[in-house]
Design a protein around this ligand. Structure first.
Ligand code: HPA
Length: 271
């Protein structure tokens, strides 16, 4: 059933000309401008793609974009699906399986996240080196998941060391500050309490957000090398908690976006 669904989606996209993407990209909240750098060959709304979930959060535009970036063919998800929107973990990761089926060899992910490590500031970038899944679900926990690969996927290296080394080098060359750390995923959509932020500090996580981890787990099942960068949009200091509004998070993501775009554009050249 699911395999058939996915095949229909992939066949449709191939018939529309998305034939040979090398790299898949997921753009997070407030991080859509990378699209302006792509010489676009095809742009398809999620709503037009058979079996694709539809984006509900209005600031996610919900389009699949195919074209050339830094001399490589890329397919970009502009707008992702979150568990907090009510999608299940299969739906949240449907785009990853789709891009893999289209033939991508590497996956680059971005997200907006809160800084738990208080040495990290609003507007900074963090390369994810490892994660903690606190979402209470797995995208590999469904009947038939083993048809898509090993469900007991090991998590020794969920984030490709090879790509991360490249990203670190590029950050140095480009004089972009790139922190490193552990990302913890929570369900949301509400933000965390002070007690939860204290708990996350005890867990020695560096950033917290509501996405990415399911996508990375699926990439791991598919043996698809991936890297992910968080744009830190707020400082989660339990002793000095400030009201956050989502508009501010989006605005701060937008300010940090040019550096993230540079990192992605440069790393694509060397993938
Ligand atoms: N918590 C969870 N998700 C987030 C945050 C946060 O503080 N900031 C951006 N995404």
């Amino acid at each position: 059933m699911k395999a058939q669904q996915l095949k229909e989606t992939i066949d449709f996209l191939k018939s529309k000309g998305i034939t040979s993407p090398e790299i898949g990209i997921v753009l997070g909240t407030g991080l859509g401008k990378l699209v302006n750098e792509i010489s676009i060959e095809k742009e398809i709304s999620y709503s037009e793609i058979p079996n694709f979930p539809e984006a509900t959060v209005e600031f996610h535009s919900g389009k699949l974009i195919y074209g050339e970036l830094s001399g490589k063919k890329v397919v970009v998800m502009s707008g992702r699906f979150h568990l907090y929107e009510g999608y299940n973990a299969w739906e949240v990761t449907y785009g990853i399986r789709t891009m893999h089926g289209l033939g991508i060899k590497n996956l680059l992910i971005s997200n907006a996240a809160g800084a738990i490590n208080l040495d990290y500031k609003k507007g900074d970038l963090m390369l994810i080196e490892d994660h903690i899944n606190l979402q209470g679900s797995s995208p590999l926990a469904f009947n038939g998941a083993n048809n898509f690969g090993n469900i007991f996927a090991d998590m020794l290296e969920p984030y490709s060391k090879e790509i991360n080394i490249k990203l670190n080098l590029i950050a140095q060359e480009q004089k972009i500050q790139l922190h490193k750390g552990v990302y913890t995923s929570v369900l949301g959509p509400q933000l965390e309490t002070r007690a939860e932020y204290r708990m996350l500090q005890i867990l020695e996580t560096d950033a917290v957000g509501m996405s990415t981890v399911p996508e990375v787990i699926v990439a791991k099942q598919l043996n698809l090398p991936c890297a992910a960068i968080s744009v830190l949009t707020d400082e989660c200091d339990p002793e000095n908690l400030q009201p956050v509004d989502i508009a501010e998070i989006i605005a701060i993501a937008g300010e940090a976006e040019p550096n993230m775009i540079t990192l992605f554009k440069e790393v694509i050249k060397v993938l």
